[in-house]
Design a protein around this ligand. Structure first.
Ligand SMILES: NC(=O)c1ccc[n+]([C@@H]2O[C@H](COP(=O)([O-])OP(=O)(O)OC[C@H]3O[C@@H](n4cnc5c(N)ncnc54)[C@H](OP(=O)(O)O)[C@@H]3O)[C@@H](O)[C@H]2O)c1
Length: 289
């Protein structure tokens, strides 16, 4: 009798662990549903697309047949990314919106209001590293404005267009949203906002898929440490971002090595993780003037 009970508990635990493993691996093993959001007339809008992750996603979307709305704050850079896309994918229609996301004035989307936008990637974001006491009011305002206010207002503005057909919104959050590191308090706060905003919207909207992308380290202009397996290039990361479309998760780390890294870190005592994180981030602090 005792033997049977131990066997049943052991067997049930194994099945339970197997189901957890299948659930964890599923988003990374399936094919992306991105295709269902792309047709000849549909557009994908990517914010902060003049460089790095935003630019890489715009190029990847153009490669997969989407027409592109580029957003940035620098006319020359917008023009040069638009040219790059047109050279590589001549059939792609490209529209540019120049707007500084930190500005108090709202973004003007009138020039794209007639377009069928079925993909919105809220990528733009900055993460200045500094003790909070050394932040100016202006820096706090601009970081919150760009990372939180801007994507919220833009998403709200584009909802009627996104609602015209099945659509997807990808919100680029950060590992800082779930493990807020020191010296990044404002950034971590805004990235937690992106994550919560995204999850709430995914529960609210019927016709629009919404996914929060918990992003680990990616080699970009704002994170210039060298490319490694754990720190992919923006181009590689962009492919993983699009691979999770349709996976059914509200919030996910699209790059699976980041997910494994996060799992392993979660096994360590918080005090040790805090100590090592603080030591690493201290090295990145710029000496105060
Ligand atoms: N890289 C990482 O390791 C990492 C990790 C976690 C999360 N993320 C998130 O991933 C997203 C993209 O990061 P990234 O590293 O690719 O950023 P990035 O290298 O700093 O590029 C940001 C892009 O946004 C544009 N931009 C910056 N400020 C702007 C403003 N005020 N108005 C309009 N456009 C502006 C930049 O344009 P300019 O060229 O004109 O500056 C550039 O095109 C961010 O949300 C970030 O929080 C990145």
């Amino acid at each position: 009798m005792g033997y049977h009970i131990v066997f049943i508990i052991g067997f049930t635990s194994c099945i339970y662990l197997l189901l957890i493993l299948i659930y964890a691996l599923y988003p990374y093993l399936r094919h992306s549903d991105l295709k269902k959001y792309i047709n000849d007339d549909s557009f994908a809008m990517v914010t902060g697309s003049t460089d790095d992750i935003g630019k890489a996603v715009a190029l990847e979307l153009a490669k997969r047949g989407a027409n592109i709305i580029l957003h940035g704050r620098n006319e020359d850079k917008l023009h040069s990314v638009a040219l790059e896309i047109k050279e590589q994918f001549p059939a792609c229609r490209v529209v540019c919106i120049n707007h500084d996301g930190t500005a108090v004035s709202d973004i003007d989307t009138a020039m794209v209001s007639h377009l069928n936008i079925s993909i919105l990637v809220n990528s733009v974001g900055v993460g200045p590293i500094s003790p909070l006491a050394e932040f100016t009011d202006d820096k706090v305002f601009k970081t919150i404005r760009l990372n939180a206010m801007f994507p919220s207002q833009l998403t709200r503005k584009l909802l009627p267009q996104l609602n015209r057909q099945p659509s997807v919104i990808l919100n680029v959050s950060s590992y800082a949203a779930i493990y807020p590191p020191p010296y990044l308090a404002v950034y971590a706060g805004t990235k937690a906002y992106n994550n919560a905003f995204s999850i709430s919207l995914s529960r609210e909207l019927e016709n629009i898929e919404v996914i929060s992308l918990i992003t680990g380290s990616v080699n970009t202009g704002s994170n210039t440490k060298q490319i490694t397996f754990m720190r992919p290039s923006a181009a590689v990361y962009a492919k993983y971002m699009l691979s999770v479309v349709g996976c059914g998760r509200k919030s996910i780390m699209p790059y699976w090595p980041h997910a494994i890294q996060q799992f392993l870190i979660s096994l360590f005592p918080e005090k040790i993780v805090d100590f090592l994180t603080k030591k690493a981030l201290k090295k990145e602090l710029k000496p105060s003037a």
